[in-house]
Ligand binder design. Structure first.
Ligand code: ARG
Length: 603
């Protein structure tokens, strides 16, 4: 965990003060760890109003414990903590003030500025790195679209969140393996094969094959409503596939090739990478061993001809391993996959970035694993239980509408990206008619808008994708961040400074400038917070705050109402401000990278 040295100093001084002023709390609580430095550090908050201080301890939360009124606690502790510096001959980096039920800490700006800006400028894109993940193997599964179905906007969210987590954890030195697990097996292939034989032929799949496959799939479902034979036929076709019938297998291969071409196009457009791509079908020959293992552990039962595992949790339905006709299921392959990944990697943690709709499903699968490991009385090190996490996320609506593959109500991601790029191109031409690399920039912005839209709220929340919102250059969007980055780069171009000179950071004495420096100092903790929550959102919202704070510096007016320019006749001042610009540009670029967005230098 990255530790902020200002917060550390605050924690040390106030812990000593608490010990002095409230000596009996340790007796009362019976656990001397309660008010120690770590406890205080972990309870620090960021004040709503930055003027109140850079961080604060909400002492009112501990009033009951300390048996004192919150404002009294605060006004007792503040001077005692400051006295601690005096007494121990420590040069204070902060000043501590009582304000109602809070202890607010203001940082000594000169020290904070020098410390932060120098660190950012020397570390560059490594600012915020940490080694907390050293020697920890972390698996992240994301994307996992289904073969023979279009890559919908639903899979986009998994892709964007997972890919960003991969980068965030790498920054913290985790040994990350990004995994794509395409759905290339299951009874739906029986349906596709029947639909293809009935209503399609080779020519059907000549142009826009993915859309044609979807049409076949949708037609199957509408016709199956009044044609009972279809479902039976589909079951037979799938059995043929399972038995390796060459003609059926080659049709399946053809579907796979069509889909993969489309998926790979999406990935390269979005700049998404994986370390491993292993689809569901890989586990076909690995399921029998899992079933045997579960049987041996005494966990299986036969229910109406089907093989099931009854879970300990009474709220969960039994986990179905094999249907009465012998067909295996999605979960059977996932169980084989869980075991396979554990044996292959012995991971520290393994994440599955999959929508909330599959929450109960993952509870079932992980419940089965837990029961199995328990029944086998494995040693703690041999168990994956507790290390596997379903990283769920909310629904994605498109312009207020939900989507469904079966009914063919679907927005194609490819179309969304094309539209985003078209709109971005139009906007860029309006804003900057002289820009040379229009195509490349439009692509970065369009893609950036689509990707940021998936990260703009906490992952558990639903998203409604609205064109006017995601492409708004002034809103909380990807293009806004990218535009701010380009603006920073153009300032650096004008100044053409190598950044290597002695700068007097105390010249950055405007409130707006202080705010930017404080935010820069918060970046490392923001990254660890994102990792702790398994959610890129803290980074995404942080960047909006940083860009906003910088834009307030950029647009600041002096007393006479004139824009107070970054670069002015005052050389020393310009140097200091350019150092600030360079630091913001560095952090913004790295932050965008962590989210998976490109940072254009001109737009
Ligand atoms: N292909 C699945 C779907 O689209 C998602 C797979 C999620 N990963 C897993 N290991 N089950 O619903």
């Amino acid at each position: 965990m990255h530790k902020d040295k200002f917060k550390e100093q605050f924690a040390r001084a106030t812990a000593a003060a608490f010990r002095k002023i409230y000596p009996d709390i340790f007796v009362t609580v019976g656990d001397s760890r309660v008010f120690n430095e770590n406890f205080i550090y972990e309870n620090l908050e960021t004040p709503r109003d930055p003027k109140m201080g850079r961080f604060a301890l909400p002492v009112f939360k501990f009033a009951l414990l300390l048996k004192d009124k919150p404002p009294l606690i605060a006004s007792n502790i503040a001077p005692a903590a400051m006295w601690f510096f005096e007494e121990n001959n420590i040069e204070p980096l902060i000043s501590i003030h009582a304000a109602g039920g809070f202890l607010n800490a203001k940082t000594d700006f000169k020290i904070l500025a020098k410390d932060t800006l120098q660190t950012v400028l020397t570390k560059g894109d490594k600012f915020g790195n940490s080694d907390i993940g050293r020697n920890r193997k972390l698996l992240v599964e994301y994307s996992s679209p289904n073969i023979a179905k279009p890559f919908g906007i639903g899979h986009l969210r998994s892709t964007v969140i997972g890919h960003s987590l991969r980068r965030i954890f790498k920054k913290l030195d985790y040994d990350v393996v990004g995994i794509n697990y395409p759905g290339d097996w299951g009874t739906q292939f029986g349906k596709m094969i029947v639909a293809y034989h009935r209503w399609g032929n080779k020519d059907t799949l000549e142009n826009e094959p993915v859309k044609k496959l979807l049409e076949l799939y949708v037609r199957f479902h509408t016709e199956a409503e009044h044609d009972d034979d279809l479902n039976e036929e589909a079951r037979k076709a799938f059995r043929k596939l399972e038995n390796g019938d060459p003609e059926t297998v080659s049709l399946w291969e053809h579907f796979k090739a069509i889909s993969n071409e489309e998926f790979n196009l999406v990935y390269s457009t979005l700049g998404i990478e994986f370390d491993e791509v292993i689809g569901e079908s890989f586990f076909n020959d690995k399921m029998e061993a899992v079933i045997e293992r579960l049987e041996k552990a005494g966990l299986t039962a036969v229910s109406q001809g089907a093989l099931v595992v009854k879970l300990n949790d009474p709220n969960l339905p039994p986990c179905l391993l094999k249907k009465s006709d012998g067909a295996t299921l999605y979960v059977t392959r996932d169980l084989a996959g869980l075991i396979y990944r554990w044996e292959k990697y012995r991971f520290y943690e393994s994440l599955y970035v999959v929508g909330t709709a599959q929450s109960d499903y993952f509870k079932q699968a992980l419940g089965v694993i837990e029961m199995m490991e328990e029944a086998e009385q494995l040693s703690p090190e041999a168990r994956m239980t507790g290390r596997v996490k379903h990283i769920d996320f909310g629904w994605v609506k498109f312009e207020g509408k939900s989507m469904s593959t079966r009914r063919g109500k679907l927005v194609f991601l490819k179309d969304v990206i094309d539209q985003a790029v078209t709109l971005a191109r139009k906007k860029i031409k309006e804003k900057n008619p002289d820009l040379k690399a229009v195509e490349e920039t439009a692509r970065m912005i369009g893609v950036g808008a689509v990707m940021y839209s998936q990260l703009s709220v906490r992952r558990q929340k639903d998203i409604n994708f609205i064109w006017d919102e995601v492409l708004n250059f002034e809103g909380e969007t990807g293009p806004y961040l990218q535009y701010t980055h380009a603006r920073l780069c153009s300032l650096l171009r004008i100044y053409n400074d190598d950044g290597r000179r002695l700068v007097d950071y105390s010249l950055l004495d405007k409130e707006e400038e202080h705010r930017v420096v404080e935010l820069l100092a918060d970046f490392p903790e923001t990254v660890t917070e994102a990792a702790r929550l398994y959610d890129p959102y803290p980074v995404a919202s942080y960047l909006i705050r940083l860009a906003g704070a910088f834009n307030r510096v950029y647009q600041r007016k002096d007393e006479a109402g004139r824009i107070d320019k970054i670069i002015s006749a005052d050389k020393e001042l310009s140097w200091a401000r350019i150092a600030l610009v360079r630091a913001v540009q560095t952090v913004l670029k790295e932050g965008l990278y962590l989210l998976g967005l490109k940072a254009p230098e001109e737009m």
